[in-house]
Design a protein around this ligand. Structure first.
Ligand code: ZN
Ligand code: ZN
Length: 419
């Protein structure tokens, strides 16, 4: 029988490390002998943490609700998305490094290709790899008192921020989400004058930007080289930047995020985390998970109270329906987690933001496994990290919003409710 306790540090306030493997939850896979990718993976480090810690399941939003990655991360950080979320745009824009103010409206944007009749012929403009110059050309334009700011993200992606008196997020996408159809007009989604004004200005802006982009030397060169020009801004996911109290104010935590993909950097930044992307952290299957883990440990050792590591590729394999790939990637994550087991004054949690079953290839409402590993907690009999083993854990089934309270409690940082 193993003895599952570690020495508690003298300082009663411990640090917190949250590791989220995006879309890691799954369902039994035929090609894995009826196990989930997590259950089938060889993962001695995660299994040890599950054995020594406590386990459970998490409904990141609510039972049976299929979470988006943005809303579920807000929940895991203790921020109710019903209060703080209106659309993905502001988090994407923050993720590409744009400074958003409360009340700003933001879209996520693709630079795409349209023909002379504004029919979309390529939603990603031949996967153009850099739109920095094109973004600059359409940045800073003002229409009807609304200022349009554009900043390039990775590849064909960018953020678009609207700032001005009475700007509204209640407007539709300007993106039909498919090639072969005409770009769609942005329409107001409610009867307010603000939504009407915003939609009208947005449409004027998109046509003006189309004119500028069509003439741009970057696109002239592309056409000369036989490549599709990036001549239209396809905008979607309008959202309003809410006032979000930062984690320092709300929990007294100096917090850091280690992530490669834009959306997660954006959500983390919006809740007041300092964002780090170590070299090799790509947000893709080739990502360097070890570099992320050592960066997070370095941050916890240099003044941060809370570190969040985001690992994206588990979700990518789920969307591809690649159960073996997902299992192998989980093994890579497990190997990278070895240094975490040397931490002595830290509450460690490992979970996912939602399930992305290989069978459905999309996000599902199945709860995700959770383990919490810390020197001073009630252990349970779960010996293995997996969806079904965690279902037998002492944490039972909690909501995403409960996680932060539990971590603060175990870290000796919770405040007493009442007297
Ligand atoms: Zn996700
Ligand atoms: Zn996904």
């Amino acid at each position: 029988m193993n003895v599952f306790y570690r020495i508690q540090p003298n300082n009663s306030e411990m640090k917190i490390l949250l590791i989220v493997c995006d879309g890691m939850g799954d369902r039994p896979c035929g090609e894995l002998g009826g196990k989930t990718p997590l259950e089938a993976a060889y993962k001695p480090n995660l299994d040890r943490m599950a054995s020594e810690g406590m386990c459970g399941l998490v409904d990141t939003i609510a039972v049976g609700v299929r979470p988006g990655s943005d809303t579920s991360h807000l929940s895991l950080f203790g921020y109710d998305p019903r209060e703080y979320y209106t659309g993905r745009g502001p988090f994407e824009a923050a993720g590409v490094g744009m400074e958003l103010r409360e009340g700003d409206v933001a879209f996520r944007v693709n630079f795409g290709t349209v023909d002379g009749d504004l029919v979309v012929t390529d939603r990603r403009a031949g996967r153009i790899d850099d739109v920095t110059e094109l973004s600059r050309a359409v940045d800073g334009i003002e229409i009807d008192g609304i200022r349009f700011t554009v900043k390039a993200g990775t590849g064909y992606r960018a953020g678009l921020v609207l700032r001005g008196e009475g700007v509204s997020h209640m407007v539709s996408d300007g993106d039909s989400h498919e090639s072969g159809s005409r770009v769609i007009e942005v329409k107001p989604l409610d009867g307010t004058p603000e939504a009407g004004k915003t939609a009208e200005a947005m449409n004027k802006y998109l046509i003006k930007a189309h004119g500028i982009l069509g003439e741009h030397q970057v696109n002239r060169k592309r056409i000369a080289g036989g490549k599709p020009p990036a001549n239209f801004i396809l905008a979607r996911g309008a959202g309003r930047m809410p006032h979000i109290p930062p984690m320092k104010e709300r929990y007294g935590l100096k917090a850091a995020c280690v992530a490669g993909a834009g959306l997660y950097r954006g959500v983390a930044k919006a809740v007041g985390m300092d964002v780090y992307t170590p070299e090799g952290a790509t947000g893709k299957p080739n990502t360097d998970v070890k570099a992320k883990v050592s960066k997070a440990i370095e941050l916890l050792n240099s003044g941060y109270d809370y570190a969040f590591i985001h690992v994206k590729a588990t979700d990518v394999y789920g969307h591809d329906g690649d159960a073996k790939g997902k299992m192998k990637f989980i093994e890579k994550v497990d190997e990278a987690l070895a240094p975490v087991l040397t931490l002595r004054d830290t509450v460690v949690a490992v979970t996912a933001d939602h399930s992305t079953p290989c069978s459905t290839k999309n996000h599902s409402g199945d709860p995700v496994p959770l383990l919490i590993w810390s020197p001073d907690l009630r252990t349970d009999d779960v010996k293995e990290f997996g969806e079904r083993p965690c279902g037998k854990g002492i944490l039972h089934r909690i909501r995403g919003l409960d996680l932060m309270n539990e971590l603060l409690n175990l870290a000796g940082r919770g405040s007493i409710y009442g007297a």
